[in-house]
Design a protein around this ligand. Structure first.
Ligand code: 5RP
Length: 238
C-alpha cells in the first residue's frame, strides 16, 4: 500500500471507531478515503458492534459498496431516517485550517452536500496531501450544471475569474455525466477564493445545480498520516 493510501485508511478507520455508535443514522461519502470508512463500518456492523445502524450513501458507487458490506442501506426519505442524519463522514479534495473544503472529485458533490446539510455533524476524513492554506488555485472547484446551461454558465463563471473546463471521464466518449444526469464544469482561479462568498455567488447562477465548495460545515477533520497515525483537527477561528 502506498504512503498516501495508508493515510486515507488511518483517517477513515479511526473516524469510524471513534464516532460511529449503535443506532446511528450515518451518511457515508464517496471516494478512496470514504472507502476505508465503509469497510470499517461494515466490519463492526457484521461483528454485532453497531446494532440498529442505518447508512445513507452519497453515490451509486458508495451504495454498491455499502450493500456488499452487508450494511442496512437507506435513503433520506426512509421512515427511520426521516430526512435527518446523526453524522456524515466523507473525504475532501482539499481543506483549509478553518475546515472549509472542496469536494466533488468523484462528481458526487450534489448528493454529498444534501447529505451533509441533513446531518447534525460533518467530519472530514483525509490524508495529509489534502490540507492546504487556501482553496481554488490548485484543485479545481467542481460545479454540477444542467447541460443546457453549459455555455452561458461558462461565460458567467469566467466573469467571476475562473478558468472553466468541462469534465471528461474514462470508459465513455464525451463528458462525465453525474449520477443525477448532469454535467460538471471544473473551475480554477488565479487567486485563492473566499469559500463562503464564492459558494454563495455560484449558487445563484441559473443552471447551477450545486457547487463543490463546502463553507463552514465541517466540525472535525481526521487527518491520517502515512505512518498510520491520525490527528483530529477542529476548525481554526481567528
Ligand atoms: C467525491 C468527493 C471525495 O470525497 C473527494 O473527491 C476525495 O476523494 P478521495 O478520498 O478519493 O481523495 O468529494 O465527490
Amino acid at each position: 500500500m502506498e504512503a498516501q493510501d495508508r493515510g486515507k485508511k488511518a483517517a477513515g478507520e479511526r473516524a469510524v471507531v471513534d464516532l460511529v455508535k449503535p443506532g446511528m443514522k450515518l451518511g457515508l461519502g464517496t471516494g478512496s478515503t470514504a472507502y476505508w470508512a465503509i469497510v470499517k463500518t461494515g466490519e463492526l456492523y457484521r461483528a454485532g458492534k453497531l446494532p440498529g445502524l442505518v447508512v445513507v450513501p452519497t453515490s451509486f458507487d458508495t451504495e454498491i459498496q455499502c450493500q456488499s458490506e452487508g450494511l442496512a442501506v437507506r435513503t433520506l426519505a426512509s421512515p427511520e431516517v426521516d430526512g435527518q442524519l446523526d453524522l456524515y463522514l466523507d473525504g475532501a479534495d482539499e481543506f483549509t485550517p478553518t475546515l472549509d473544503c472542496i469536494k466533488g472529485g468523484g462528481a458526487a458533490q450534489l448528493q454529498e452536500k444534501i447529505v451533509c446539510d441533513a446531518s447534525k455533524s460533518f467530519v472530514i476524513i483525509a490524508d495529509e496531501s489534502k490540507a492546504v492554506a487556501h482553496l481554488g488555485t490548485k484543485f479545481p472547484v467542481p460545479v454540477e450544471i444542467a447541460s443546457l446551461a453549459r455555455l452561458p454558465l461558462t461565460r458567467r463563471l469566467e466573469a467571476l475569474g475562473a478558468k472553466v473546463v468541462l469534465r471528461y471521464g474514462k470508459g465513455k466518449a464525451g463528458p462525465v455525466v453525474t449520477d443525477n444526469g448532469n454535467l460538471i464544469l471544473d473551475l480554477t482561479f488565479e487567486h485563492p477564493v473566499d469559500c463562503g462568498l464564492m459558494e454563495a455567488k455560484i449558487q445563484t447562477l441559473t443552471g447551477v445545480i450545486e457547487v463543490g465548495l463546502f463553507a463552514g460545515r465541517a466540525q472535525l477533520a481526521y487527518l491520517g498520516r502515512s505512518d498510520g497515525t491520525c490527528d483530529v483537527l477542529t476548525p481554526r477561528r481567528d
